[in-house]
Write a protein that binds this ligand. Structure first.
Ligand code: CU
Length: 446
């Protein structure tokens, strides 16, 4: 390890209380939920859908930390407008960056429509370079496929293109640029595209969530992500938010819940793991999986360039973790490049360093667990290594992490409340007398 690494670790070690405090106070109040837009008209041939249903029995999707694109109905056509533009985005309190997105957000608004609908989507390019929009997974006329150079000419800055097509197949799709993909997708241009079946398919669900995974390289203090990164992504997000800014998923036990997970990360697949239940993968961006072919799982591998739809009926109430199982994907900016310090004896170094840097302490010699909550100064515009406040202590996962809140009943306000554990159901420190009674030696060393 070189001297600069020590000094930078030392600088980290002297006091980031302000940032931790800010993220704690704002953690649960970020983004007061999606503003679900009126996404069009129901199937006229069926019984009318109820409030918040898009077809009878099918709830509108809930884009966590996001929203749906509003449609205007013109002569039976659903007309929408996407504006590709640079925006100022907050990943979590303490970290903002200039990114690229659609309609002021990343991911862009969720497109939600019904099988058989005719869509007319205007795309205005307010970027400094050309773009094009590809409708990932949809089968449509070749000239509407949005591949610059191959199926259309690029949309120049300032131009507006019109895409028009009929939604042949229901499913969970995505949209993203197909021009300078490396830059534009890395900078946040992507969105989910949900096509509901006109007639119900499979068991009806009570809740239907939309979640786009992504990875970014944002050097501490930088104003923009680095779109040229190929490795060392250091900000991992659900719907472009890092925990604790990720909106929790709230549902009641016994409800059937669907989560549609997409991945347009530049380089990585994300094994998304859920605690407290098992689920079945019911569909991909290629269509529905026949029920006989669905198998139970607790982790869904969402490859880059794909969607996975999972469905489950939670039975056990609680606050359950939902996260990418790649351990670096629940870390934040500071963790990945830290020198390996576990087991190092740094007393002499600490003594010498403290002569020049008061309160100096080398970090990480007993592991990295406590580093996210350390009161340390951070470079401006950066996030701690990971994590956020929890009901028992600091939660030392951040990034691609959120909480599934399963309740007996959903009455409102659950997203801001921690689970109340029934007495006697929380793991805690063992009583030595009880250990002895159970034949366990409390003084055992090895
Ligand atoms: Cu991941």
């Amino acid at each position: 390890m070189d001297r600069r690494s020590f000094v930078s670790m030392g600088a980290i070690a002297t006091g980031m209380a302000a940032l931790v405090k800010a993220s704690q106070s704002k953690a649960q109040s970020q983004d007061a939920g999606p503003t679900s837009a009126d996404a069009g008209q129901p199937d006229a041939s069926a019984a009318p859908p109820r409030a918040n249903e898009i077809t009878p029995g099918q709830p509108r999707v809930h884009t966590l930390n996001g929203e749906a694109l509003p449609w205007r109905i013109v002569d039976g056509v659903k007309v929408g407008h996407l504006v590709a533009e640079e925006i100022d985005h907050e990943f979590a309190p303490g970290l903002r960056a200039r990114v690229w997105g659609y309609n002021g957000r990343t991911p862009g608004p969720t497109l939600e429509a019904i099988e058989g609908d005719r869509l007319r989507i205007y795309v205005t390019n307010r970027l400094p370079e050309p773009t094009a929009v590809h409708w990932h997974g949809l089968i449509l006329p070749n000239g509407m496929d949005g591949v610059a150079g191959l199926t259309q000419r690029p949309i120049q800055p300032g131009e507006t293109f019109m895409y028009e097509f009929v939604l042949r197949d229901p499913g969970t799709f995505m949209y993203h640029p197909h021009y300078d993909e490396m830059t534009q997708i890395a900078l946040g241009m992507h969105g989910m595209f949900i096509v509901h079946p006109r007639r119900p398919r499979g068991p009806r669900v009570d809740r239907d969530f939309v979640l786009m995974t992504h990875e970014w390289k944002i050097d501490a203090g930088a104003r923009r992500p680095n779109p040229n990164a190929m490795a060392d992504f250091n900000v991992l997000t659900f719907n472009s938010k890092a925990f604790p800014a990720t909106e929790p998923i709230v549902c009641a036990r016994g409800e059937r819940v669907r989560i549609r997970i997409g991945n347009l990360s530049p380089m990585d697949h994300h094994p998304i793991h859920l605690h407290g239940l098992n689920f079945k993968i019911t569909a991909t961006d290629g269509g529905y999986i026949p029920e006989q072919a669905q198998h139970p799982a607790t982790t869904a591998l969402v490859q880059t360039g794909s969607t996975k739809v999972i469905e489950f009926v939670p039975q056990e109430p609680g606050d359950w973790a939902m996260h990418c199982h790649m351990t670096h994907h629940v870390m934040m900016q500071m963790g990945h490049n830290a020198p390996p310090m576990v087991g190092a004896n740094t007393r002499r170094l600490d003594r010498r360093m403290s002569r020049v840097v008061p309160d100096y302490m080398t970090m990480g010699t007993t592991g990295m667990g406590g580093m996210g909550e350390m009161p340390m100064p951070m470079p401006e515009n950066s996030l701690p290594m990971r994590g956020g406040p929890g009901p028992f202590s600091y939660i030392d996962m951040g990034g691609m992490f959120t909480i599934l809140k399963v309740r007996d009943r959903v009455v409102g306000g659950e997203r801001d409340r921690w689970f109340q554990h029934p007495p006697g159901t929380v793991a805690t420190v063992a009583d030595p007398a009880r250990m002895r009674a159970d034949g366990i030696d409390p003084d055992r060393r090895r």
